[in-house]
Write a protein that binds this ligand. Structure first.
Ligand SMILES: Cc1cc2nc3c(=O)[nH]c(=O)nc-3n(C[C@H](O)[C@H](O)[C@H](O)COP(=O)(O)O)c2cc1C
Length: 391
């Protein structure tokens, strides 16, 4: 079986993020970057730039990439092993954080005098010499108004969970069943505690919704979305995760899914769980079950049913909030959710009715991090001309 590609007009996060920053005042803007292929300097620069453009509403979703299909966009080398990708992420993050903290807080900067924007003693370059990155880097930007961009992490294998528990402000996860989601959140809290964190990261699972006023409207909305769904599009995504149906047809029985992968361990584990629950089915049935909602939690029902699911998962310790996929990012479904489900949640005291503070950290209830640098950070010699990269 071959699979078609799906394309959008623009899926480049930083240009979109800049446009969203200009057009909005309140929403947080979280962009994804992969430490496996993108240099830490570029990631640090783009995210801090977006944080300034949005006056402290930016977040960075750190990912490690999962398949050779992604890798070939950057290099003809094979994807590094799962363990190596997390080792690279660990080192990249140390560099990124140091670069974000290179200059002091805006409030501590002296006024621009004689063309100089900072006291040299306040600048810290990232003088880093590690197995994956060697640089002596400095961004030409002050610290962000929220301290640093909010750090999201997506990738929930054991290695991913440990990485998140040590470093992330927010974990973006995905679980179909409540009990699995709760177990995962408890694991993150346990690992964060063991790592000596004062407060654990927030866990925001993906939630797919199709909503309507009553059962008839839900069915109409669901059918409209199903009509536009091409089951085969899912095949490429599954292959990237490590599930390859090449050479099989949709009506063949679902073969046993692999037990392990160097690719996307979270995705494979979640799909194995869904296959286990389905029992013996065809590939078509498996795709019908997953093409729409992936392995995320889902609510296909009335406004009240969606609010009930949110409330239950929150109150039973399975989520601190959600990453919403209304109708797989259908504009109509987003509006229906915002206009009909959110008011129910507000009535139940589960959703804000006014904004706390102005930054994304304020909205998420996260403290502003103190400026700190990695151990390898040093204060440079007095070189007043050194004010960060200008290319
Ligand atoms: C809920 C979730 C969302 C993810 N979102 C993205 C994404 O938007 N872009 C991306 O390149 N990778 C994304 N990933 C992939 C992960 O960063 C990572 O590459 C992959 O999960 C393999 O790591 P793991 O085995 O630790 O899960 C996501 C993973 C999870 C679990």
């Amino acid at each position: 079986m071959a699979w078609p590609y799906a394309a959008t007009k623009n899926d480049e996060p930083f240009t979109l993020g800049g446009a969203i920053a200009a057009a909005t005042e309140r929403v947080g803007i979280v962009v994804t970057a992969t430490t496996t292929f993108e240099p830490p300097f570029t990631i640090a620069r783009q995210t801090l730039g977006l944080d300034h453009l949005s006056s402290g509403r930016a977040g960075l979703n750190i990912v490690t990439s999962a398949g050779d299909e992604t890798a070939v966009n950057f290099t003809r080398e094979p994807l590094p092993s799962h363990a190596a990708r997390y080792a690279i992420a660990e080192e990249a993050l140390e560099v990124i954080t140091g670069l974000w903290d290179g200059f002091g807080d805006a409030t501590s900067l002296p006024a621009r005098v004689d063309g100089r924007i900072n006291e040299v003693s306040e600048i810290r370059t990232v003088d880093h010499d590690g197995p994956y990155f060697r640089l002596d880097g400095l961004l030409g930007m002050q610290r962000s108004v929220q301290g640093r961009p909010v750090l999201f992490q997506a990738g929930s294998s054991e290695a991913g969970a440990r990485f998140a528990a040590r470093h992330a402000d927010v974990v973006f996860s995905g679980h179909r069943e409540l009990a699995d989601a709760r177990r995962f959140r408890e694991r993150i809290i346990e690992l964060a505690d063991a790592a000596g964190r004062e407060s654990p990261p927030l866990v925001l699972p993906g939630l797919y919704t199709i909503v309507g006023r009553d059962d008839d409207e839900v069915e109409r909305n669901l059918n409209a979305i199903l009509d536009s769904l091409v089951l085969q599009v899912k095949l490429g995504g599954l292959k990237e995760i490590g599930i390859d149906f090449s050479g099989l047809s949709l009506d063949d029985p679902l073969p046993p899914l692999p037990e392990g992968t160097e690719r996307h361990q979270t995705g494979l584990a979640r799909y194995r769980r869904i296959a286990e629950r389905l029992g013996p089915v065809t590939i078509r049935r498996f795709l019908q079950e997953t093409a729409l909602t992936g392995y995320f939690a889902r609510s296909i029902g009335t406004y009240t049913q969606a609010a009930d699911l949110v409330q239950q998962r929150f109150e039973e310790g399975a989520a601190d909030g959600f990453v919403l996929f209304p109708g797989g990012n259908s504009f109509t479904q987003m509006r229906l959710f915002a206009e009909n489900v959110v008011p129910i949640l507000q009535e139940r005291g589960l959703f804000r009715t006014s904004y706390e503070g102005t930054t994304l950290r304020d909205r998420l209830g996260l403290a502003r991090p103190e400026r700190s640098g990695p151990a390898s950070t040093r204060t440079p010699e007095r070189t007043p001309e050194r004010q960060g990269a200008v290319s």
